[in-house]
Structure formats: C-alpha cells, structure tokens
Design a protein around this ligand. Sequence first.
Ligand code: TPP
Length: 536
Amino acid sequence: MTQLMDATSASQFTVREAVYELMREFGTQKIFGNPGSTELPMFRDFPDDFEYVLGLQEAVVVGMADGYAQATDKASFVNLHSAAGVGNAMGNIYTAFKNQTPMVVIAGQQSRSILPFDPYLSSAQPTELPKPYVKYSIQPARAEDVPLAVARAYYTAMQAPRGPVLVSVPVDDWDRPAQRLAARVVSTRVSPDAEVLALVGDALNAAHRPAFIVGASVDRDEAWSEVVQLTESHSAAVYVAPFASRCSFPENHPLFRGFLPASRERIVEQLAGHDFILMIGSPAFIYHTEGQGPYIPASAQLYQLTEDPEIASWAPVGTTAVGNIRSALCGLQERTKPNTRALPPELPCIAPAVATDPMSAAYVLQTIAQVRAPDDIIVEEAPSSRIVMHSYLPIVRPQSFYTMASGGLGYGMPASVGIAMGKPGKRVICVIGDGSTMYSPQALWSAAQQKLDITFVVINNAGYAAMKRFAGVFNFPADEAIQGTKLPGIDFIALAKAHGCPAIQVTSPADLADAIQQGLDTKGPMLIEAVVESGV
Ligand SMILES: Cc1ncc(C[n+]2csc(CCOP(=O)(O)OP(=O)(O)O)c2C)c(N)n1
C-alpha cells in the first residue's frame, strides 16, 4: 500500500502520490481505464482504497465513466493509453461533451526524453487530439506541474457547463517528486442575472398560453420539483426538448404534452397557439434535418434558461438567462402572479400495443413498463424505438432516464454499467437495439465482473431500422434496400455468455414478461434478446 506523507513532508511526495491524494480529497477513488505501457508507473503501489475499473475497449471505459459521473454528480477519472486509446474513446468523449458530463481523462504519453524521436505509442499532439470535444486539455511543461494540471482539469470539468477534460502525462513523470496539493472549494454554479430573469418572469405572468420545453439540465440540476411547481402555478403545457438525454418532467403529469421532434417546421407546428415559450435547460433547438421558415410560431416569444453561454449565444431568437437552472426556476416562482388560465388541451389517448407474432417494439416497451418498478432506471439506445418508447414506456421519476445527447452509438451499454455502479441498490434496464449492442458489447463483461443488477433488453429487429426510416427524409422510395443496414447472423445469447452474462432469447410475446421479470429478479446482469418484426 502507498504510504502517503503528511503535509509537513510534502516535498517527498511523488507525482503519483500527489495525484492520488488529490483524487481522495475530491472524493473520487475509482479510475475507469484500459492501461498500456505508457501508464504502468501510474499504478505502482496502487492504493488499497482505490479501484481500477477495467473496460475491455476504450469506448466502454469512457461510457462507463460517463454513466458513473452522471449517477454520482461528480467528475469521474479515466485512464487511456496514449493516442491509440484516446482514438478508440473519441466517440464517447464526444458524447460526454454533448452530455455535459464532467470527466478527467488522464492519457498516457511516452517519456519526455524520447519524444523528439516520435517513439512507439506516443501521441504527437496530445492536447489537440481530443479537440474540440474537451473543455480543456494540457500536457504539463514539467513533471511537478502534473498535480496542478489535474486539479485545474477537475475544476474546469465541474464548472457549468460541465464536460470532459484531458491531461496528457509522460510516463516518466509519475515517479518524480511533487508538492502535495490540497483540494480547494471552487464554486461551480453561477446565478442568472436578476434583470434578465425579471424580463422572463414578467413575460410569463403576461402570457395567455405558456409552453415550457424541458431539457436534460433540469434533471442534472435536480430541479424536478421546481419545474413541476412552476408548471402548475402557470398551467403551462410541458414538452420535452428534441433528443433530451435525461427526463426532466413526469411524463404522466396532467400538464405533460409530449415530445418535440428535431425538425424546425414540425416544432413550429406542434407549438402552434402558444404565445410564450420557455426553454428550460435545453438548446433552442437541436435539429436533425434541414428546415426552413420561422423557428417558433409567429404568435410566440421565445425565452430560454441555460447554464451554457455557448448555447445561449447561438439561439436564433429570444431572450436568454444564463445560470443555474434550479436558481432560475426558483427566481421565476418568486415572481409568479396568480392567474386564471385554462388548462391546455389534453393529449389523445394511445391504444395499447397488442401481442403479435413476431412482436412489435411497442409491445416490448409496454411490457417493460408493466414489469418495471417506477424507480428502476431506464437507459435507452434503440434509435427507431425511441419515439415508440415515448408512448409506451413513460418515465415518471427523477434520475431514472439516461441516453446520449450526441447521437453517437456505443454509449448505452457501458453507461448502464457506470450508472449501476454509481447508484447501488437501483435496478437498471438498458433498452438497446441489436445494432447499437454491437458498438461496445464488452460492457457485458464489465457488468458481469462488477455483478451489477442490469437487465439488457436487446430489441432485435435484424438491422439498422432507423437508417431505413431516415432514408425517407432523402426521398428514397419505401421499397429501396438501403446499403449496410441488414444485420443477419448475430448470436446475442452466445455473445452475452462469452462475456460471462446469462441470456435468454424471447420470440413469443407470451414469454416476454416472465423473461424480463427474471432479468430484474436475477442478481447480476442478464441479457434478454427480444426478437421483433424486422425493421429493414
Ligand atoms: C457511432 C455511430 N455510428 C453510426 C450511426 C448511424 N446510425 C444511427 S441509428 C443506426 C442504427 C442503429 O441500429 P439499432 O441499434 O439496431 O436500432 P434500430 O435503428 O434498429 O432501432 C445507425 C447505424 C450513429 N448514430 N453512431
């Protein structure tokens, strides 16, 4: 075990000891990683109170670290192997950036003295490699600066808007002497400007038909009760922002009015009739297709609450208050004047999904909704089933829904592992497409090794159905085969078992509820392959 010196013998610390001590003070004693030769000295005398959480591929490492950081509301620490490891991880680093997940990536680098010779497994431009999807990246000028660089990276990652950062550490730095560095208290939240908030509050009080559009930051800032209170005080209609990566409002609330699509024209259509639109913790707007015309209905004014000055700067119209979402909501609640608005028109009822053979994705999602407990956590990465999920698997509790904000596949399975680790005692249900499963299936191994209560429900529609559907946007005829979208011949049961995870295949709707229940009751992970109608 590492013998850590006390502050009086500070000069006898190594860089390694100083970094571990700093992490300990941050309250972070897990390192998610996949190691290589350029990091080995980082793990000399690995402290007993630390855990190295191995991922078998770097996409898995960063996905797990993202889930863990979100679940614990604190930056996670990651170890990647030089340029090759960062390269493999890049998809999920991009996702962590879009998710606003705080994460400190420590990337290995070759020894300083041989860097001029472009050595094996070095990183030529380590600070440029992850850009622009890190908030900060550095390779310290001297070994003794490493602890300070890690500290700065941590505070930057935790500062709103949160995100990943990278510190490249040459392998010979870890054994060198360094000063002990104490953790500091650094404020990470900024309150919105009272004058701008007053503008928003006055406009809200004067509105006849207000609409609130909630994004992931509400759930991130633990502001569910504040948003529900403001909604009820104003009889506002609540919509979910396009591609929101967390659920920020109870989807069974009488004022819930559905999900906005990522299309300009359709957003305008869906918000027709509202005179006041308040984006709460969400960009205005995330689009997935080209659009024309106005951004909001002509009758409406747009207002926005966001913690992200960048998001504030590119909103095409409207007034934005930048600052902490919960503080902003409390500020608006204080300004609320009594009103006599009528309730917004109700949503039409959805017909239940029926049991067909082969099953539909809707039936699978409806069955999950029947079997799960409201507190179970849903992690979703099943692109063509996401819209169906809105109707058949409502999310009703805070901190119980996670997906990626980026659109990059390979996140859901490892994120489920990190979330389950960060929320002990909770059950996680990962709803994932057959295609998405194959981007980072090694997460099954980590789930099994960590003995986590995760039920992976693979919706197997034999292909990339979302791609097939999206082809319609580009005017492909409905019967045209889309290249590279069929996925025959994958044995998901064998795949799971090869990673140490038990698995059941379900082909008949009659067997589905029992199989999912078995997954939920089983200690440790289980994969349920639900074979549904082909989507390609
Ligand atoms: C890293 C990455 N590669 C490719 C894509 C493009 N893509 C979007 S949806 C999709 C299909 C996913 O298939 P599956 O998980 O089976 O879900 P389905 O569409 O069938 O519901 C693909 C390949 C992507 N979004 N991210």
